[in-house]
Write a protein that binds this ligand. Structure first.
Ligand SMILES: Cc1cc2nc3c(=O)[nH]c(=O)nc-3n(C[C@H](O)[C@H](O)[C@H](O)COP(=O)(O)O)c2cc1C
Length: 211
């Protein structure tokens, strides 16, 4: 009798656990969705950073999320080079300042990468099926992953002409991009300094259903 009672109790417990689990799973699903939406909607381009570079452990996760982006035919037509070497950051900055001395007018200016101490350079083949598009997807994956980890980022198209200038050739060479690849963008990564900016206005009329 005692054994039967124990079995019934165990059975009831098992059923109630199943009930809880399915509710719990729904909650987990909801919070996963919330977390993704929250990350997408709150990410902003961060234009000032604390001096310390992003930990390499965290950047490894960011890069991994980048390369899990979709790419046409899974060609993965990107080359990503992460730099946190101060002599690289300072060297490219010195070249930029020589080209644009007014950069120094900003008293908060530390470097040309919006003061970030970690920069990812993203390159794609000069000729490819959808290399630029795929690199964009990779870049956004990296920036969103970073944001979800408390790391700010900013795409920097402005560093491309500097990196492509003759004076910066030694730094471009250090990236060891594959033959036939072009530099698309630099992405600053770092721990945000100061307040997160509000989102620049979006034009909702650019996307709509067609009946
Ligand atoms: C390809 C690309 C290049 C960009 N280049 C620069 C840049 O050189 N300097 C900069 O401050 N922001 C740059 N941005 C950031 C945009 O200005 C920013 O994404 C846009 O104003 C929207 O703001 P949000 O990112 O905070 O939503 C770039 C963004 C993209 C996608």
């Amino acid at each position: 009798m005692k054994r039967l009672f124990k079995s019934v109790v165990a059975l009831i417990a098992a059923f109630s656990t199943v009930g809880c689990c399915s509710e719990g799973c729904a909650d987990a699903q909801l919070s996963k969705e919330d977390a993704v939406l929250e990350t997408i909607m709150t990410r902003r381009s961060i234009r000032d950073y604390k001096a310390e570079p992003v930990s390499r452990e965290q950047m490894a996760k960011v890069i991994e999320c980048g390369i899990y982006a979709p790419s046409a035919l899974n060609l993965q037509p990107w080359a990503v080079r992460v730099v946190d070497a101060p002599d690289f950051i300072d060297g490219v900055t010195a070249i930029a300042v020589a080209q644009q001395p007014e950069l120094k007018d900003d008293p908060t200016f530390r470097n040309i990468f919006r003061n970030a101490s970690t920069v990812a350079f993203v390159a794609c083949p000069e000729v490819s099926y959808s290399g630029e598009y795929d690199c964009g997807l990779l870049s956004e994956n990296m920036m969103l992953a970073a944001w979800s980890m408390g790391i700010g980022s900013c795409c920097l198209g402005s560093v491309v002409p500097i990196m492509m200038s003759d004076e910066a050739k030694p730094y471009l060479d250090r990236l060891q991009l594959p033959e036939g690849y072009k530099l698309m963008v630099g992405i600053a990564f770092g721990y945000p300094e100061g307040d997160v900016p509000t989102a620049p206005e979006r034009d909702a009329s650019k996307a709509y259903y067609v009946e």
